[in-house]
Design a protein around this ligand. Sequence first.
Ligand code: ATP
Ligand code: MG
Length: 483
Amino acid sequence: MNFADSLKENKIFKVIAEAAKESSVDAYVIGGFARDLILKRESKDIDIVCIGSGIDLANAVAAKLGGDIEVAVFKNFGTAMVKHDDWEIEFVGARKESYNRDSRKPIVEEGTLEDDQNRRDFTINALAISLNAKDFGNLLDPFGGVEDIRKKIIKTPLQPEITFSDDPLRMMRALRFASQLNFDIAPETFEAIKKNKDRLSIVSMERIADELNKIILSSKPSYGFKLLFHSGILDKIFPELTELQGVETIDNKSHKDNFYHTLQVLDNVSKESDDLWLRWAAILHDIAKPATKRFDEKIGWTFHGHEDRGAKMVPSIFRRLKLPLNEKMKMVANLVRLHLRPIALVKENITDSAIRRLVFEAGEDINSLMILCRGDITSKNDLKVKKYLENFRKVELKIKEVEERDNLRNFQPVVTGEDIMKTFGLKPSRIVGDLKTDLREAILEGHVKNEYKEAFEYLLEIAEKKYNLKTPSVKISTKKSDQ
Ligand code: ATP
Ligand code: MG
């Protein structure tokens, strides 16, 4: 196979080829870029391997590109990176690697192109394309990577046991590529993953989480999770999730398998949204079901309070998985906590105040919450799902209507704490907070409109009634106009 024409489309390859020629080193495009070229997949980074110094070649390329191109040199790794247009081009000298048992950091020595291809993780990632004058564009595929792309197979180039034991992160990468590309994993490769799963303990959680997030962001993440589950890795890194698996039966009554249900919800949500954190909320929405599971002779299986308990589990799970402990985590916890609320509204007579409360509590996350809830409607009975979704649609319309009318998504009471303090000459104190809460409750219940005049009059009323605060002489301030 020859890729000269494809490479000529991007002028950077010409520049690299010239720089390599002038420096008298052979250079090759290697790994992901070559793979994605064959898969017709867009790729954003380019890896170049040369038989010599990667850092020197990077400098030569930068000089040729001219101007203010910067070369980021990673001396310890013997690599260098050049950014040009939207491309990140990484240069490395061909190398041979050998590993210690207790570290995934290899001992590195200079090597040939073959040595370098041998150290690659999968046959599909070991492809090299020549940038040299004598065979520009030629594909060098020592392990049948092109055939494996055609067969959609992830396979290690050398003995899988050794490949995975050397660098256990490769096991996560195998599952990640399978999930991203919708490839199978070769049987002996998968067996080796099962055998070596404990070796993941030498990999940092950050790296594991990176790969996990890539699985979650693939178009059908349930596939990656099933591979994680069947390889035994999921139980190592995320036991709360494997706990969900299984069905218990008492008195002929069974509950659903919450693991497979969760994966279905994750896929459903993934069809609607690329948001990693909404996808995380799908993964975690029923996470407290094992902890709250009870059998009641009359009603059967219950999971009372699993939404609150689940929301409380989110921070510790995020901390352990080294996920960010920021507002994204808060959003996930919020979605887990609220995930039953919209569904509950389907069954009840929907009151405006129930809707107002939900919109107020969900705030900015209301759209995500609705996607999660819609995804949570799963059943083997398609008719049931259809009927449920139709009812749910009514709730959605109602939410939209109330939200537009009452402007509650970013609820800010029109009368602020500041106003309350000024009106009654109060210092910041508990009573100010209590008055604010009373006012908010009255607005959410629909007793008072979310507009200044009505809210202020109500404030004066409860202040006098409940707290015996005297009504000030000026009843209605003129500084604010009604909305
Ligand atoms: P993507 O960029 O889409 O994640 P990629 O295959 O380019 O996929 P990178 O992490 O960018 O993945 O790595 C570039 C190349 O380096 C890979 O194609 C592979 O040849 C090699 N590689 C990366 N990580 C490893 C590893 N842990 N073990 C062996 N080879 C690796
Ligand atoms: Mg890459």
